[in-house]
Write a protein that binds this ligand. Structure first.
Ligand SMILES: [Zn+2]
Length: 290
């Protein structure tokens, strides 16, 4: 798959949480209160992804917030831990059946107009082979705030192993909100033609977004083998490639880096950018195949 660079797209930026729970499963707030919470916090896209159940979004709709009718599915993995799959934008007619095989479930969601993200592979304890076995997923979670509860919020290394194995997937950050501890700790900045559901889904399918827990990218461009980055003030700019090629730039103490440049080696395989602020919070671009 070719991943779109959001900074090369026309459109608008939309702050999204793509993984959210309510009292329909194990969240602490009813759907309406959850929607009000995210609208008040300045989000423009919200997917309510309760375990095994799809919330009706029509009664929750409000101007300025695009709601994706969604759920979190848990099909059995025959040789590993049960999967956690975020199924976005299913139709009202969608019927969840936990006995379906994982790839059959993904096919059902896609036939229904939706798409599937792999949730928190590190927290689940999956091996690379379990995720490589999934067909037609459109991305994975590189960061999931609720997984900080067991010290496994960050699946960055897992993502790099996926990319090195040739599974060229983009990655989102989510908070997987269940309660006050995890809400607003990770989000995805989507560059879409508009806030309409069809345009948000098109941007998600294209990978036109970046993931963040705090820092912001201002512009990122790859041209003539050189990657240029502008961002909010950070402590580190990491240029991460396959294997041992890559580079890191650090700010001097007390200053903040707001730009970086990297000449991408021909052997890089892929390159992605990760910025880390003074509080240790990251933001991640999607990778480029080189
Ligand atoms: Zn969840």
């Amino acid at each position: 798959m070719t991943i779109a660079n959001p900074f090369s797209q026309t459109g608008i930026w939309l702050k999204a949480n793509l993984h959210t729970h309510t009292t329909l499963s194990d969240g602490d707030r009813p759907p309406l209160a959850r929607v009000e919470q995210y609208a008040a916090a300045g989000y423009q896209v919200l997917a309510i992804t309760d375990h095994r159940v799809v919330a009706a979004v029509e009664p929750l709709e409000r101007p300025g917030l695009t709601l994706l009718r969604s759920l979190e599915a848990h099909p059995i993995c025959l040789d590993g831990p049960v999967y956690h799959l975020v199924c976005l934008n299913v139709s009202p007619a969608f019927r969840y059946d936990e006995s379906r095989r994982p790839n059959d479930l993904i096919a059902q969601v896609r036939a229904d107009g939706g798409e599937v993200l792999v949730a928190h592979p590190y927290w689940c304890g999956h091996g690379l082979e379990h995720i490589l076995a999934l067909e037609n997923v459109i991305g994975m979670e590189v960061y999931n705030a609720t997984c900080a509860g067991i010290g496994k919020a960050d699946s960055t290394m897992f993502w790099d192993y996926m990319l090195a194995a040739g599974r060229f997937l983009p990655a989102v950050a989510v908070d997987d909100a269940h309660g006050p501890r995890d809400a607003f700790k990770g989000w995805t900045m989507i560059r879409a033609a508009s806030a309409a559901v069809a345009d948000v889904m098109a941007a998600l399918r294209a990978g036109s977004y970046y993931a963040s827990c705090g820092p912001e990218f201002v512009d990122v461009r790859l041209a003539d083998g050189v990657l240029d980055v502008r961002c909010s003030a950070v402590s580190e700019i990491r240029f991460v490639c396959r294997g041992a090629c890559g580079s890191c730039q650090w700010s001097t103490p007390g200053a903040g880096l707001t730009e970086g440049r990297f000449k991408v080696p021909a052997s890089a395989g892929y390159v992605r950018v990760q910025i880390v602020d003074s509080q240790g919070r990251s933001a991640w671009t999607n990778p480029w195949l080189v």
